[in-house]
Design a protein around this ligand. Structure first.
Ligand code: HEC
Ligand code: HEC
Length: 575
């Protein structure tokens, strides 16, 4: 008897060791690993570390490789099976195959005019800003995109079609907002510059909420399974509230989470209460913006707190993302909690992948364009004026013996803050303030306790690590600045508007001098004429103010002349 207990205890402790020996520190006191240097910057004592968490579970080479492949798959194909908001494929396809004059088409167009321009699901996905899977392995892409099988690869990155309930239904994965097409190269972990996920929810809501289940049955003649998917989505959408983004390229998930919570009960499971859905609690997010762009993933390994404002101070950010994505899709939080607890492998694989992602390299897209002497002058300016907030980047050119040109451009070490800071440099405050209006609703949830998430509203934003910054345009958390040149030019001289353009052509869609979007008069058609791509950087929430004091001398003149700005940009391009 005793020996059996010991055996069980032994096995138990063994399995705990196996699973938890490499548990990352997700607490609010976590620090970056590595050597430390501390120095004074503008009366602030700053401590950096040279380590990072690219291999967050300390896996050996083989296990790492396997884990990252699985993780990349989860980012492309949404793994949460308790998700309630799915599109019933069969019925939607039937709809698209109908004659133009059919009563079904007429009815749907009447309630959702927007979709009358679409002829297929794929056209909707194109409009949503989703990219095609790469046909061949692409040496320019920094993060391997695994082969997902023929059926999935036929669709776009971010589309997830399940056949869980005996029928096929569709939803979106992380890649819908976190993958990009950079001059023809698909990059997983990079901001989708033109996502329309929020608008898609809006469209779905205006259609589904207006169609009674009985009408759906009559018009679509669905299978029982399709009808079930429809009813479930209809139910979930009662607990979802969506805001349209201020500008194309911005995302309103934050408001969607806050407002959706205001439609649920105030208990620790934010229970689904039809009365509350009809009479939601008051919330400022209905009236003030809190838009931001989807972040790049390759910075996570250097950070110890999450989101553009660093307001998530503890917990695995992947957990938090599932929670947010699912509150925005009307999930039952008891079910989600169960799913998270049962699917630790999936979560760890996705976590490992997201932390491992790397940035695309300028040298691969614009070979041999960097002038190293000029970049070195930029590095000096950077160390003096920018490092105190953005960290230090050691370059191979500091010890160039025996190195080729390409090798000299490599970054050999990133020194970033031991603990990620939040600094108010006067950039648009709305996104950071938005957190104040619903953080209590989040912290109160039982599931937040289970996954260890704590949200603390902040004043200001994280000065992000600048790895891969050349590709991160437009700049700042709210996309308000079109080029690196303008980021290092004081706000009163920045353009008040710009025109965005998808990165198809390196020659026409990118200004290599200023590093960013070309000047408005150089934007090609149809984007130049299309108002949707015009960004107004003067409104509350989209303002391009701030990040200026460090660009001025004590007597208020510009610190950097034209030549020095180009040197700084030359250096930034190599990160
Ligand atoms: C509808 C678009 C959308 C989807 C889908 C989405 N995200 Fe995000 N994500 C965002 C936005 C927007 C932000 C930045 C919000 C902010 O910080 O202001 C973000 C931020 C993040 C961050 C924080 C980055 C940092 O630097 O702190 C992580 C990690 C992340 N997302 C992971 C995921 C994962 C994993 C999924 C899938 C489960 C996912 N996201 C799905 C829009 C999305
Ligand atoms: C006092 C701290 C501080 C200093 C000094 C500073 N920055 Fe920043 N920087 C920030 C913060 C905070 C942000 C984020 C602002 C936002 O998103 O609203 C930022 C954003 C940026 C961005 C945009 C990143 C992105 O992904 O959109 C770039 C580029 C940048 N800084 C470059 C520089 C350069 C170059 C210098 C030196 C000339 C510099 N910064 C000096 C704090 C600082």
């Amino acid at each position: 008897m005793i020996s059996k207990t010991y055996l069980i205890l032994f096995l138990y402790s063994f399995s705990i060791n196996l699973v938890y020996s490499n548990t990352p520190d997700w607490s609010s006191s976590s620090e970056l690993p590595g050597n430390e240097i501390c120095e004074w910057h503008n009366e602030h004592y700053v401590c950096y570390r040279d380590g990072n968490r690219a291999n967050i579970y300390d896996l050996g080479p083989e296990a790492l490789d396997q884990t990252l492949t699985e993780g990349a798959k989860h980012s492309l194909y949404y793994p949460v099976t308790v998700t309630n908001l799915m599109i019933p494929n069969e019925s939607v396809n039937r709809f698209f195959n109908e004659e133009d004059a059919s009563p079904l088409r007429k009815f749907i167009f009447k309630i959702a005019k927007k979709i009358s321009k679409f002829r297929s699901m794929d056209e909707i996905f194109t409009w949503l800003g989703l990219h095609k899977y790469p046909k061949h392995p692409d040496p320019k892409t920094p993060n391997k995109i695994p082969y997902m099988g023929h059926d999935i690869q036929k669709q776009r990155m971010g589309v997830t079609t399940n056949s869980i309930h005996g029928t096929r239904s569709t939803t979106f994965s992380c890649a819908a907002c976190h993958s990009s097409d950079l001059f023809g190269t698909k990059v997983l972990g990079m901001t989708n510059r033109f996502p329309k996920a929020n608008e898609f929810f809006h469209l779905g809501q205006s259609m589904i909420s207006k169609v009674p289940s009985a009408a759906f049955k009559l018009l679509f003649n669905p299978s029982d399974e399709d009808l079930y998917i429809f009813k479930r989505a209809k139910h979930a959408l009662k607990y979802v509230e969506v805001r349209p983004p201020l500008e194309l390229g911005l995302d309103t998930s934050l408001a969607q989470v806050g407002l959706s919570l205001s439609k649920r009960s105030e208990d620790e499971y934010a229970s689904l209460n039809p009365w509350r859905a009809k009479f939601p609690r008051r919330n400022r997010l209905r009236n003030v913006p809190a838009d931001s762009k989807p972040a790049v993933w390759w910075n996570l390994k250097y950070k110890t707190r999450w989101l553009s404002d660093g307001s998530i101070v503890s917990g695995n950010p992947i957990h938090t993302n599932f929670l947010w994505n699912e509150i925005g899709r009307g999930v039952d939080l008891r079910q989600l909690e169960g799913w998270l607890v049962r699917n630790t492998d999936t979560i760890e694989e996705l976590t490992a992948f997201v932390f491992s992602t790397k940035a695309p390299k300028y040298q691969k897209f614009f070979p041999n364009q960097i002038n190293i002497a000029k970049a070195k002058r930029g590095q000096k300016l950077f160390l003096k004026n920018c490092s105190g907030c953005h960290g230090k980047y050691e370059k191979a050119w500091e010890n160039p013996e025996g190195l080729s040109y390409s090798e000299q451009l490599e970054t050999t070490k990133v020194w970033y803050h031991k603990k990620t800071p939040v600094i108010d440099v006067g950039t648009d405050p709305y996104r950071a303030e938005g957190m104040r209006y619903f953080y209590k609703d989040l912290n109160r949830l039982k599931i937040s306790e289970t996954i260890g998430t704590i949200v603390k509203p902040q004043k200001g934003y994280v000065p992000p690590p600048l790895v891969g910054v050349w590709a991160r345009l437009p700049y700042f958390h709210n996309n308000s600045v079109p080029t690196l040149f303008d980021v290092i030019t004081p706000d009163f001289k920045r353009p008040k508007s710009y025109i965005a353009v998808p990165a198809h052509s390196k020659e026409r869609d990118f200004d290599v001098v200023k590093n960013g979007y070309p000047a408005p008069k150089k934007i090609r058609s149809p984007y130049k004429e299309d108002k949707e791509y015009h960004f107004n950087a003067t409104r509350p929430g989209t303002s391009n103010q701030g990040h200026t004091k460090m660009l001025l001398t004590d007597d208020g003149r510009e610190k950097f002349n034209y030549k020095e700005k180009l040197e700084l940009i030359e250096f930034l391009k190599t990160l």
